[in-house]
Design a protein around this ligand. Structure first.
Ligand code: AMP
Length: 481
């Protein structure tokens, strides 16, 4: 995505509006701090030599963020050095450590997306022994090697056996229900995006937080920041975002016409921001200062009302995204290609994939992709082994896009891909079920992604074996495919 320097000013303006809005609903946020798990990712260069990096990385590395003036409403427990440390373990460890030291001051806890906050909880599960050791002794784990991070932690670190006992006591209990408020007792809300694909994480967040309110504050993308939620304490299912007209030029493609290509021959009926109608669904089209021209973001939005004259939108869904665990987005074509590549490995045992579907399993942390396969084993004396199906999992991962592989390799935000082999005839049963619920036989299509409970139950009850990717796929910051 192209971007330009002045875009940082616009992003910062949007950020600067979030706390004034929040103050209308939650008083006293200037009396404490926010524990936000924020991360930078690695950078690369385009073939033409331009710097390429994720939008948030560019924001955290900018002077706008690094030298932000003191604002009592926006004090983070995480030192800049920890946020800016590119090693995700060291960064998370330090942010967690500092957040624990200031546990009583923490009034809000957050990450950009829900998956990031859950990753932090999982990190605590895996590392609380070392963290409490450091707190008890006032020393820093030798795993933290970045000198600037070690330096900044030195200001915070002091032996505090009482705090270490308290945290260790909570973490060693069997149940982690409500762990967030047990460790950070003054948290008033969680600041994470749980609209759209991230809604799948709401039950898990409720479990760990004992049902704290979830605030979805803004709506943004790599292409452009769009707007904010003027009623941030509303229930996630009722959240609407108000698009800020100064962020870009916004147009809307009525969703029923969205299959019509944007061409001169069949001009689509684009509606501008001032003329959208309440209750209708649109696909978002943007023209940005950085040079995107009538670019289809891929988001479907529904107009819910107006703030003065500015329309407000409910995020309905992302077009063409089947699977998403973290910032990865896998569409139907990518999944198809991955299945094609993996199923080539089955040729040696004379087996083919008859049907498949998928599911983003977020019950584990990190979540992972599950692909259901119905196989046609032509030679029953030579059916595919667990090892071969494991290799198929890895072949699928190798075929998925670099954001997926980065999540697997560098960020550990996505777990190993799983193939669940189902009994033959399962997909026919799936079709029977859909038809019994009113689907047309003529127009029935195998869903390439499922999340409806009865269908999941049907599939899972037919699983004959399950197989996981045995290794990490290839990924390097330089490899841009
Ligand atoms: P990326 O460019 O990878 O950061 O992804 C941007 C996309 O994430 C948007 O186009 C949306 O599909 C999704 N997204 C961003 N913010 C929200 C939000 N508040 N609610 C739902 N989806 C969102």
């Amino acid at each position: 995505m192209p971007t330009i320097q002045e875009e940082l000013d616009r992003r910062q303006m949007l950020y600067s509006l979030l706390m004034p809005v929040m103050n209308l609903y939650v008083p006293g946020l200037d009396k404490g701090k926010g524990l936000y798990f924020l991360f930078v990712k690695s950078e690369t260069r385009t073939p033409g030599g331009l710097l390429a990096r994720p939008v948030l990385t560019s924001y955290y590395k900018s002077e706008h963020f690094k030298t932000r003036p003191y604002d009592p409403y926006n004090v983070y427990t995480s030192p800049n050095e920890a946020i800016l440390c590119a090693d995700s373990f060291q960064s998370m460890y330090t942010q967690m450590l500092c957040g624990i030291y200031e546990r009583k001051q923490v009034l809000r806890l957050g990450a950009v997306f829900a998956s990031g906050l859950l990753r932090a909880i999982r990190f605590l599960q895996l590392n609380w022994h070392q963290l409490t050791h450091d707190i008890r002794t006032g020393t820093l784990s030798p795993k933290i090697t970045d000198p600037s991070v070690r330096n900044c932690v030195a200001d915070v670190l002091k032996p505090d056996p009482e705090l270490a006992d308290l945290v260790a006591g909570e973490c060693s209990k069997d149940s982690w229900e409500g762990i967030i408020t047990r460790i950070w007792p003054n948290t008033k809300y969680l600041d994470v995006i749980v609209t759209g694909a991230m809604a799948q994480y709401i039950p898990t967040l409720d479990y760990y937080s004992g049902g704290l309110p979830l605030a979805c504050t803004m709506y943004a993308s790599s292409e452009c920041y769009f707007g904010l939620n003027l009623n941030p304490m509303s229930k996630p299912s009722e959240v609407s975002y108000t698009i800020m007209p100064n962020m870009a030029y916004f147009e809307f493609l009525p969703h029923e016409h969205s299959s019509i290509p944007l061409s001169r021959d069949s001009p689509p009926r684009l509606v501008d921001l001032a003329h959208v109608e309440v209750g209708k669904e649109y696909e978002l089209v943007i023209t940005t200062y950085a040079g995107l021209y009538r670019y289809r973001v891929g988001d479907i939005l529904r107009v819910t009302g107006f703030h003065n004259s500015a329309p407000q939108f409910h995020f309905v869904r992302r077009k063409n995204v089947l699977l998403s665990i973290d910032s990865d987005k896998t569409d139907e074509a990518e999944l198809q290609k991955a299945v094609d590549n993996a199923s080539k490995l089955l040729r040696e045992v004379n087996t083919s994939v008859v049907e498949y579907t998928s599911f983003a399993d977020t019950k584990t942390i990190p979540g992972h992709y599950v692909i259901y396969w119905e196989l046609l084993v032509k030679d029953s004396a030579n059916s595919p082994s667990d090892e071969l199906l494991g290799q198929c999992c890895l072949a699928m991962e190798e075929s998925l896009n670099s954001v997926y592989r980065q999540g697997r390799v560098a960020d550990n935000s996505i777990g190993p891909l799983e193939i669940r082999v189902v009994k033959s005839g399962t997909f026919e049963e799936l079709m029977d079920y859909a038809i019994s619920r009113g689907a047309s036989i003529n127009q029935y299509k195998v869903p390439r992604c499922v999340n409806f409970t009865p269908i999941m139950e049907l599939l899972d009850s037919r699983v004959v074996s399950s197989h996981f990717s045995p290794a990490l796929p290839h990924w390097t910051p330089e490899r841009r495919r």
